[in-house]
Write a protein that binds this ligand. Sequence first.
Ligand code: DAH
Length: 373
Amino acid sequence: MSAGSTQYDPVEVAVLSPDEVARARDAALAAIAAASDLDELKAARLAHFGDRAPLTLANAEIGALPPAARAEAGKRVGAARGQVRRAIEERETALEAERDERILTAETVDVTLPADRVPRGARHPDTLVSDRLTDVFVAMGYEVAEGPEVEAEWYNFDALNFPPDHPARAMQDTLFVAGPDGGEGSGMVLRTHTSPVQIRAMLTRQLPLYVVSPGKCFRTDELDATHSPVFHQIEGLAVDEGLTMADLRGAVQAFVDAMFGEGLRTRFRPDFFPFTEPSADVSMECHVCRGGSARPGGDPCRVCKSQGWIEIAGCGMVNPRVLVACGIDPDRYSGFAFGLGIERTLMIAHGVTDIRDTIEGDVRFSAAFGMEI
Ligand code: DAH
């Protein structure tokens, strides 16, 4: 090319002729008008307004004209390029508006459409009760301890001071794990309570010891309104210097307050468990009639059967024989323990009359506990 040259080159500057400029401009305007989206417009801009576009190249040739011809050619090319630039801008504005309109239409949300929400599910009511009770004790500084569901007979019974002939071991209560030959003698059972976790905690943790152990338990019970062969318990254990039954009472009161609200009295009555001495059965004042049904002239109460009290847990001071079995000096340390059934607590708290409702998976039951318990 000869831009800047003073030589007149008739071939090169043909691009500056009115016809050529008009042709290049019309081609550009046609391509711009034909662009149906912003990508096509971009291509048209490159072809007709870019560095290699005919009008751009023509513009560069102006300097090659004799000085007298430059002004006119410059005006011509400038006018054509101005038209093209404006056409591009207008088309761009129009295409952008079209695009925005399209997006708005495509992404419209019709808030009047019926919702097709997928239910998210929720934790099982048993889990909610278990977590709630666990949280109460964790907040008081207890640690969560867990143990296996298939447990050695020694942990489940012997270390807990169950004599070899204790009826709880009998075939009608305990699910024994078959030995290698398919017969008895594996020494393993499906744990019948969470108390073996006490033994594991005492054998593996430092003293003083404060643990809470929620978990699944198994017994050979037939499934009926109040029994299930698979159920849950939560166990508490504290071993420290100078612990007394007064400390146990405080711990028991804490879970009653957490589960049923503050202000219900608790009562201990003598009971027997091989692993605690003394042992007690814990009752709380009925949270529905608050004892009123048992007073003269009180209205009958279905929840406590007009007893005024509801049994909720077993507890006691850890039997020194159990401490000894775990290598703990009973002259220096004492402990307390308690255990309660999760399903039973759930049923009492919410008036559930059939334990089978908690395992049959009817979503209407679970939904009633879906959010808060
Ligand atoms: N393990 C007992 C049961 O399954 C419940 C129990 C009673 C646990 C007294 C304890 C306790 O820790 O001290 O019936």
